[in-house]
Design a protein around this ligand. Structure first.
Ligand code: ADP
Ligand code: ASP
Ligand code: MG
Length: 411
């Protein structure tokens, strides 16, 4: 049995006309001899609406109940689409996360997949040509419904492709593939034919929401080739795949941005052993993800410690830092929610110098002040004022000529 996994995102399932286009993609795969496992998202906007609804019913809604509520968005998509397929004479049925089951841990709102029972799926394929599985959801061992974090249907799809040994996982969305930067923000953004798992991981972690980070982690771990492409055209998209020497020849592959950033500074804390631990341990204990960290040079035995957190964690982080200041001593806590991170990404950076200085010079030409910098082997990130985020993305995209096809790939 040859199984192909196809995932369709929120805009692709927004109404019946689009679902008919989805049916066309599924039918084409059936015609090529595949059994098809379709993963669907909730229609766009639905998950946000359900979240807002939960917020109206309770001041602090129970997280397990919120997940059960959110899962109904995907439930509506898969049941309706199964009806549409059956109406077109295709043997199909819907499956919710708990019916398979897709077992997760109990981190409600951001659960991790622990296992997928592929036996149930293979059995269901005996009687059906298409299985329509609800993305974004799973179930704990105790039987409570969970969700996998925003954008989690990508992860459902790649995990199902890995479990079933699908030859590739097709991710259908509202753009033609993975671009050098967000094509909705930069008109010269260019579609990439291929991108390595590592570059895609950095792009996703740095804010490119075209794929959820965990879906790329899964794909890399299990070697699943992921084909990101458009629901609305037949053009080939972008293959997310193993790195090869051609990819390394390209210095920079993309620019990403993330506005979900906030900055906190503790001014005048004692410069002595144990201070970093005193600051970062309580943040970790509260589940707050810290990203960039800078400690300024010591002056008269005191120093400033600055770090970034997701914007929604800012109020909690400030509260925790106020109590840290009381115990370790220090002048004050200052913060800003109006910051954004722009990142330049490329595996070619491993073997080349000068990328950072070129990025800094480009931002300087536009008079954009860099507040913080962080680097990895294949990425450079700069924290800047949020109001300059779009300008910074276009500036960096131009500086590295990402709109032009690299010479060794031009045909
Ligand atoms: P879906 O609902 O299909 O899951 P998403 O909205 O989650 O779609 O992701 C697709 C969006 O990702 C695009 O509309 C685009 O604005 C955004 N995006 C950000 N960075 C990139 C990039 N580098 N390449 C392609 N799309 C990107
Ligand atoms: N519906 C979920 C969300 O909006 C999951 C997804 O679309 O991938 O985040
Ligand atoms: Mg998405």
């Amino acid at each position: 049995m040859r199984i192909l996994v196809q995932k369709f995102g929120g805009t692709s399932v927004a109404d019946i006309d689009r679902l008919k286009m989805v049916r066309g993609k599924v039918t084409a795969a059936l015609d090529r001899g595949y059994k098809v496992l379709v993963v669907l998202s909730a229609k766009s906007g639905k998950t946000n609406k359900l979240l807002a609804l939960a917020g109206r019913w309770a001041e602090t809604p129970d997280l397990a109940e919120v997940d059960s509520l959110l899962s109904t968005g995907e439930q509506a998509s898969v049941t309706l689409f199964s009806m549409l397929l059956r109406d077109g004479g295709i043997k199909a049925r819907s499956l919710l996360g708990w019916q398979i089951p897709i077992v997760t841990d109990d981190t409600f709102g951001n659960a991790r997949i622990l296992s997928i029972d592929d036996a149930k799926l293979r059995e269901a394929f005996e009687e059906n040509d298409v299985l329509v599985v609800a993305g974004f959801q799973g179930v704990t061992r105790e039987g409570r419904i969970t969700t996998l974090g925003r954008g989690g249907s990508d992860t459902s799809a790649v995990a199902l492709a890995a479990a079933l040994g699908s030859c590739e996982c097709e991710i259908y969305t509202d753009v033609e593939g993975v671009f050098t930067t967000d094509p909705n923000l930069c008109s010269t953004a260019r579609k990439l034919d291929r991108i390595s798992y590592d570059e895609m991981l950095e792009m996703a972690s740095m804010g490119a929401k075209v794929l959820q980070i965990r879906s790329v982690e899964f794909a890399k771990k299990y070697g699943v080739p992921v084909h990101v492409r458009s629901t609305f055209t037949d053009n080939p998209g972008t293959m997310v795949t193993q790195e090869d020497s051609m990819m390394e020849a390209v210095l920079v592959s993309g620019v990403a941005y993330d506005k979900d950033q906030a900055r906190v500074t503790l001014e005048g804390v004692p410069d002595q052993p144990g201070i970093s631990a005193a600051i970062f341990q309580p943040l970790a204990a509260s589940g707050i993800m810290v990203d960039m960290i800078i400690q300024t040079a010591s002056r008269g035995g005191v120093t400033d410690m600055t770090f970034t957190v997701p914007r929604k964690a800012l109020a909690d982080a400030i509260g925790i830092m106020e109590s840290v200041l009381k115990s370790v001593g220090g002048a004050r806590v200052v913060s800003s929610g109006n910051v954004a991170k722009v990142s330049v990404i490329g595996v070619g950076m491993r073997n080349h110098t000068g990328v950072a200085s070129k990025a800094f010079a480009a931002l300087y030409r536009e008079n954009i002040n860099i507040l913080m910098i962080s680097t990895s082997e294949i990425k450079i990130s700069c924290l800047i004022e949020e109001k300059y985020a779009e300008l910074a993305v276009r500036t960096l995209h131009d500086a590295f000529k990402l709109g032009e096809k690299p010479l060794d790939q031009a045909s």
